[in-house]
Write a protein that binds this ligand. Structure first.
Ligand code: SF4
Length: 326
């Protein structure tokens, strides 16, 4: 057999293996293997301490339109290793797209905050009411978050308290640069009192690891802290009742960027009915915090082909984080 034919078969075999990896329902290893070209440069880990961003305020946008991403039942997620990811090679065209996106996003963030400042200066907006990042940072975010947790756990502000097993407050670093926000606890989360602990939680851990983040260095929470019965969609009064908890979490953690997982979380947080596919790949805002949007891991478990899009989304997210941190 000629060498070119062997090369060709090897290339086909490699492509086939890649395809199989991408369609593995557990997403096993794909986020680490795919899109991490073999170069030695490491993506720098974000610093533990988040500096305060520029002040500003903003009113949330239009009314919420909830929907739902059912969570498959599953075993608990393992603790995440802080797996570094290799940086994209110079000849990786998507790396240039990520860099361009991050530059555009930085400009959008600066414009947004300048606009908010003008609105506040003119008395047309209330900085304290609408800007999670505009108030003073807590001296001790760990203690502040612990105190808030103790306050929220027994919450009875909406009817979901009657059917919950546990309130799922959130988990992760009180100084996280990235806050992951889902829609509401599922069955496993309700039972364990922790967010994203099922199979989708395991996949989320892999997605984070693929961009060089351990679960412990981000903060993971939900819009609702209690499970809606049968994983039904959050109701607007429940979102309204629970949102103050989220705002107070954000004011303590002060993440540089939020990543919404799934259509319902994105539409509810951003108060829009825009489709997830139209929201992906762009920067949005919750108060004065930039928000990016991608698929819910539970959706990826059912639709593995969407992992490619998610990988692209989180690479852009990482590029923006790196710009915001540097
Ligand atoms: S969902 Fe939120 S507002 Fe409703 S009871 Fe739970 S913590 Fe309170």
């Amino acid at each position: 057999m000629s060498a070119p034919r062997e090369d060709s078969r090897a290339a086909v075999a490699a492509e086939l293996l890649k395809w199989i990896g991408q369609h593995d329902p557990d997403g096993s290893g794909w986020f680490l293997d795919e899109g991490a070209p073999a170069v030695s440069e490491q993506v720098p880990a974000p610093p533990a301490e988040a500096a305060a961003p520029a002040a500003g305020t903003a009113a949330p946008t239009a009314p919420a339109t909830p929907g739902k991403s059912p969570e498959p039942a599953a075993p608990a997620a393992p603790a995440a290793p802080a797996t570094p990811v290799t940086a994209p090679a110079d000849d990786d065209p998507f790396a240039a797209e990520c860099a361009a996106f991050a530059d555009r996003a930085l400009k959008a963030i600066a414009d947004r905050r300048a606009e908010q400042k003008t609105m506040c200066d003119l008395g047309l907006a209330d900085a304290d009411a609408t800007g999670a990042l505009s108030g003073p940072a807590p001296d001790d975010p760990v203690a502040a978050l612990d105190a808030l947790r103790a306050e929220v756990l027994p919450c009875t502000a909406c009817g979901l308290h009657a059917t919950r097993t546990n309130t799922v407050f959130g988990a992760g670093s009180p100084r996280a640069d990235l806050m992951i926000i889902g829609e509401a606890p599922g069955r496993d989360e309700d039972l364990q009192g922790e967010p994203f602990v099922g199979r989708s939680g395991q996949l989320l851990t892999k997605i984070l690891a693929a961009i060089g983040l351990a679960r412990e260095e981000v903060y993971i929470g939900n819009i609702l802290k209690c499970r809606p019965p049968d994983n039904r969609d959050p109701l607007p009064p429940e979102v309204l009742a629970c949102e103050p908890h989220l705002r107070r979490q954000l004011a303590i953690i002060r993440p540089r960027v939020i990543c919404c997982l799934g259509r319902v979380a994105a539409q509810t947080l951003l108060r829009t009915s825009t489709s997830l596919s139209r929201m992906r790949g762009d920067v949005h805002f919750y108060q004065d915090i930039p928000v990016m949007v991608t698929y819910h891991p539970a959706y990826l478990l059912r639709n593995p082909a969407a992992k490619r899009d998610t990988w692209n989304d989180v690479r852009k997210l990482r590029a923006l984080m790196d710009k915001l941190i540097s």
